[in-house]
Design a protein around this ligand. Structure first.
Ligand code: ADP
Ligand code: 5GP
Length: 204
């Protein structure tokens, strides 16, 4: 069986990653990798669905045991991708999506160069702050912390394969652009070396 593709979605907090992902997951064509984190659960979080919530000690044990595909500290908490579920889903031919911050995304690029890195941008910085404030899930202090990361995050944009602007009221369109990317990536010649094999006797 052909291996699935690995998609990595990043972008500043509040840019709309979760909203866009929801549209993508509704298609049933993507396997979402549930991350582990040490941050406190929010009211809408569900253990094992949105995240695996662990202590710092448990997280550090997983790092030491080599169980993380990537991990990073963000706003004072650990976040990371458990390796085994991703490898299993890819081996089963599924398209896997990681929704992770930039430092983790670059670790994936190193370990799995065939991954497709997509960056979701807000239309502008004021809209980003308005979305974070409108979501109402963080305190003003945490919002400031997250806004302070934006410059560092956007500076890494050129390391990504694709950039998508999540325009106001257009999260579905942003998800559709990701579906287009997925479609195109599957057609890349480097991902289909077997096609030419059918014609080998005529080519040589
Ligand atoms: P992230 O997962 O990147 O932190 P969210 O998906 O939680 O961001 O979105 C942050 C806030 O912005 C949410 O309140 C969400 O409803 C809103 N939002 C997301 N995408 C759009 C959009 N295209 N237009 C307007 N509001 C949006
Ligand atoms: P939140 O606390 O809002 O759920 O997530 C904060 C940030 O952590 C977001 O930018 C999100 O993409 C990122 N994140 C979530 N899971 C992971 C992960 O497994 N690894 C890394 N590196 N970042 C993650």
């Amino acid at each position: 069986m052909k291996k699935g593709l690995l998609f990595v979605i990043s972008g500043p907090s509040g840019t709309g990653k979760g909203t866009v992902m929801k549209h993508l997951l509704e298609t049933g064509e993507y396997f979402y990798s549930v991350s582990a984190t040490t941050r406190a659960p929010r009211p809408e979080d569900k253990e094992g669905v949105t995240y695996y919530f662990v202590t710092r000690e448990q997280f550090e044990e997983k790092i030491a045991a080599g169980e993380m595909l990537e991990y990073a500290q963000y706003s004072g908490n650990y976040y990371g991708t458990p390796k085994s579920a991703v490898e299993k889903a890819l081996a089963e031919g599924k398209n896997v999506i990681l929704e992770i911050e930039t430092l983790g995304a670059l670790q994936v690029r190193e370990k799995m160069p065939e991954a497709v890195l997509i960056f979701i941008l807000p239309p502008d910085i004021e809209t980003l702050r308005a979305r974070l404030e409108g979501r109402g899930t963080e305190t003003a202090e945490v919002i400031d912390l997250r806004m302070a990361q934006v410059k560092r995050e956007v500076a890494l944009l050129s390391r990504y394969d694709y950039a998508i602007v999540n325009e106001n009221g257009k999260a579905l369109e942003a998800a559709e652009e990701i579906m287009l990317i997925a479609h195109t990536e599957r057609l890349l010649t480097k991902r289909n070396p077997e096609l030419a094999k059918n014609f080998e006797e005529y080519i040589s």
